[in-house]
Design a protein around this ligand. Sequence first.
Ligand SMILES: Nc1ncnc2c1ncn2[C@@H]1O[C@H](COP(=O)(O)OP(=O)(O)OP(=O)(O)O)[C@@H](O)[C@H]1O
Length: 617
Amino acid sequence: MKIKVLAIAPYVGLRDLLLEMVQEETMIRMDVEVADLEEALPLIQQAEEKGYDIIISRGGTANLIRKHSSLPVVDIPVSGYDILRVLTLIRRTNSKVAIIGFPNICKAVAEVSSLLDFEIPIIQISDQTEVRGALRQAFGDKVQIVLGDAVTVRAAQEMGYHGILITSGKESVGDMFREVRRVYDVYRQGREQTMFYRDILDQDTRAIIALDDRHRILFMNQTAGELLASSGSGDADALSGSSIQYSLPALYKLISGAEEADSTAKWSKQFLYLNEQQYKVSVSEGRKEGSFRYLVSLDSIENWRNERRFAAYIPPRLTTFNQMVGSSVMLNRTIAKAQKYALSDRNLWISGERGTGKSLFAQAIHSASRRHAQGFYMIPCEGMTGQETDLLLKGTAEELGLPETGFGGTIYLNNVDRLDREAQDQWLQAIRRYPQIRFIASSSTSLTRLKGKADYNHELIAALGELQMAVPPLKERMEDIDEIIRVMIANYNFQSGKQIVGFREAALDELLQYDWPGNLRELERAIHEMLVLTQGNHVEKKDAVTVIEQYKESLIADADTVSTTIDLRGTLEEIERRIITYVLQEEGMNQSKTCKRLGMNRTTFWRKMNKTFNNET
Ligand SMILES: Nc1ncnc2c1ncn2[C@@H]1O[C@H](COP(=O)(O)OP(=O)(O)OP(=O)(O)O)[C@@H](O)[C@H]1O
């Protein structure tokens, strides 16, 4: 790729020399314009848009361009040779000669003229505006010929005097090309680094805007650009440099209000509505001179809930009623009831054995409710600490609690029967304090049994059980198994690359004869294991039997009847293993929870279970 260069030549001869010499530069593509100071301005303003990488010019013109362009400007230098040439030219003249120039030229002239033993008055200027004053001074001193750059010579001619241009020779132009290559390397590295940081900022889902002390936009990332564009404020380029007073009036009000009240410390807890969406605003102040004054980040509440809060939040891709597999009368009746409850705002209690699909129902009800876009939190009642509950509901000094952010979605208290007593009171208070939130609770203990427990908070049952429904156990809707199998095989083939087409009749019979105490969770796991065992296109009876026999041996369904239903035959080791397997299943196959509940470490767990797992695989 070639370096694209725009050269502004202050005199025609320089253009020709540049065009001649650029032919030897394989890395450089150059356009040359002959222009004076005023003519140069519009050209350089378009240079960036036209894709030039570097501008080159000379003397005063280069200085002026530097002030008006963000592109790097490379000077065509005046070398000792150039000065030597011009001094040789005027050495024998009888006219009085003076030189006017910037310090670098004056210094070089002083050096060369002293070598040549040729005295020449030197008038040094530091800015283009001093040219005419310097000329007047020279002509007042009877100078007849002035040496200088294009601007000086042109001004001298306009004043009716003779001017001789110090031209740039081949050596100067050669030096300039070397400088162009060097500057381009540095510039490209800088540009790549800038792009790298820009990319990082553009990846951020927060809108990030840097403002100067007059609230003008210095920078905005892609999200901010999109936010402004979608609010009808215009595109990012057009807004850059303009005040946010009109494009983001709400933010403007917040910042100027805080400035007036001198209460910038409060910024960390502010929320704003933009485009009918709520955003959390953070503002930090720039400390360095010449940098930004405010760095604002706007985080949509949806993102903020998603990322800043613990894993309890489930993003909007929730199960819907359409995704519930099965067509039994039992399931359809339950779905019909749940669909009615989805239209209500009242709190709901879902009971049913473990693994029957209560969480799926809770999600489907939320998805079909009017609050479906407002978020769904699933609280695992057993694992949730009081501190986490407080963080969610009450927030901290820096962060608002969920209800304070205007949250009006659903909070699902999964296995609410397992809440400890203190947490029961905590949640009861929350339900009473935040009527805008809908609560759905689930329990595997029946409501009647729970009401019989003296140590459970009965007011909580009443507050959550405004509506009630039960999800039937799998054994009451065995007709659904056929359909569930089909869906699972399709998913499994997709993931494994196998081509299983179904269960043999005899294998299916095995499934239908088993009670499935662990319900759909257990069924899903068992079918998966059978599919793994299957070698051909059909799941054979032997595969089904192998898996189900293991389940029959080790899995016991109902938590509350554990002492009577765990098979106490065999060695202590075998009974122990059955108990561990039971708890493991109760904990949704979560080993750390199982270990915690049984008060054993992982190594012991693995040692005791080793045989069971080995047998299974
Ligand atoms: N109708 C259904 N069709 C297909 N799969 C289902 C259905 N209902 C539940 N499942 C599956 O069964 C498993 C258990 O479901 P879920 O977690 O909703 O049960 P649960 O009753 O809430 O369990 P727990 O009481 O342990 O919290 C999940 O993997 C889910 O995908």
